[in-house]
Design a protein around this ligand. Sequence first.
Ligand code: PEP
Length: 252
Amino acid sequence: MRKKIVAGNWKMNMDLTEGLKLAGSIDNYFKEKPLGKAGVILCTPFIHLASVSEILKHGKIALGAQNCASEASGAYTGEVSAWMVKSTGAEYVIIGHSERRTYYHEDDKLLNKKTLLAMNAGLKVIFCCGEVLSEREAKKHFIIVKRQLEEGLFSLTEEQMDNIIVAYEPVWAIGTGLTATPDQAQEMHQYIRTLVKEKYGNDCAKKLPILYGGSCKPSNAAEIFSKPDVDGGLIGGASLKKDDFVSIVEAL
Ligand code: PEP
């Protein structure tokens, strides 16, 4: 009953010309091939959004941003609001990626504010959570993820939760080549679903897509996606190459 999703996170890669070429080639590929129940989302840099939106307009692939401002509008030089993102044709935004938590010091309170603003703007949110290596080694990974969800997400109503996709991304696996084992991913995804069930009830927990992210590639995607609580992936590095990205979608 849950939607299966593969989302590509391009991060700060590719100029506009390169981005349009990649989006066009992925879009063309899936015009010919059935996507079945899988949803595909491309999360591009802000400057690509409006043009990629034109390319994806008549196809099956959705568009997302990788961030949005923590204020609705006004004198915030250099920021891009959730409403601006929405106005490009994007439907999704990633909030709480570990790179934003680490390099830009985005804490749970701020991420909660961004999530609410994004939803008010009509965007769906891919909400990222995950522990760093020292937290896993200290066996604190469940406590960390619980805190991130409780403080970042659990102020939402059950209705608002329909617009949420959770991405579990163990930080030690992002861009490192290290991947959580399928069992480690399943264990955390099941835990996340249990937390959501305790807070919002079984229906909400059953509907919630939970994606795995962290060095997911064509060679390991099928095994990770075979786990019952893994509903797809948030893909960084491998989303920059059309062949790798489409193989991951096909693994789903
Ligand atoms: C990510 O940045 O969300 C990610 C999962 O990156 P990678 O696939 O490169 O580890």
